[in-house]
Design a protein. Structure first.
Length: 242
């Protein structure tokens, strides 16, 4: 979801190319990043969703599209009373595809939604409560075996729907760390997740807030092209070389 970005008075931008050639030595000051972002941007109230299942649907539909498109698809499902595992499982595939078309790749995503609902039925008797009572690592491994659920989607489900303490890594996270010289944008997902969780230990609430703040920063400041480093709450760390 696009959020209104914080704007501070413009100053000379730090170099956005710093750290792209190779990761620096040492460890990123993630606690400082978090505190600076939270002070500047405030609580993000993310992920939007009225129920756990709606959050899961959003995590699947947001693959390769904007949140605005996901909202349109979810609104369609809500208007047709298809925001429950049982309803999606019973819905004809063509009907489901039509309703989620705004999210893009609608044929694949319709199959992914049905695959998750079948997984929930078979493995957890259709109960999200039962599913989320599964130990984190065990549930993560199981989710990764479901058609269409990769690491980022699995971790989004665990963190935002189930309140499991895992950190979600996305393109915004990698870009921010790359600009500050702590990782490469092509770094492996698990390597980045391990680094963040090791250097930024916390509970689900803390991981939730930090990831949401990074998303806001990536959309409004740390953009792929023409980044606004001089206006970014983390800009001073670039100037300081960290």
């Amino acid at each position: 979801m696009q959020k209104d970005g914080f704007r501070r008075p413009t100053r000379k931008a730090a170099s956005s190319e710093q750290g792209r050639s190779r990761p620096r030595e040492g460890q990123p000051p993630l606690d400082e990043y978090y505190n600076s972002l939270f002070t500047a941007l405030g609580p993000q109230h993310w992920w939007p969703g009225e129920t756990q299942f709606e959050v899961i649907v959003g995590a699947i539909l947001t693959q390769n599209t904007s949140w605005a498109n996901v909202e349109r698809a979810i609104d369609n499902l809500r208007s047709e009373r298809l925001l429950s595992p049982a309803a999606i499982k019973q819905a004809p595939l063509r009907r489901l595809e039509k309703l989620i078309r705004p999210s893009g790749y609608f044929r694949q995503k319709a199959r992914k939604l049905k695959a998750f609902c079948e997984f929930l039925r078979v493995e957890h008797r259709g109960s999200l409560k039962r599913m989320f009572e599964t130990p984190t690592n065990q549930l993560r491994e199981a989710l990764l075996k479901v058609f269409g659920i990769g690491p980022e989607t699995a971790d989004s489900i665990l963190l935002y729907a189930g309140e499991h303490a895992v950190f979600v890594v996305d393109a915004y996270t990698k870009r921010m760390l790359a600009r500050h010289g702590w990782a490469k944008e092509e770094a492996k997902y698990e390597d980045v997740r391990w680094m963040v969780e090791r250097q930024f230990p916390g509970d689900a609430e803390r991981f939730n807030e930090f990831h949401a703040l990074i998303v806001n920063t990536g959309k409004n400041f740390c953009r792929p092209r023409e980044p606004l480093c001089g206006e970014c709450p983390l800009g001073r760390y670039l100037e300081e070389g960290r």
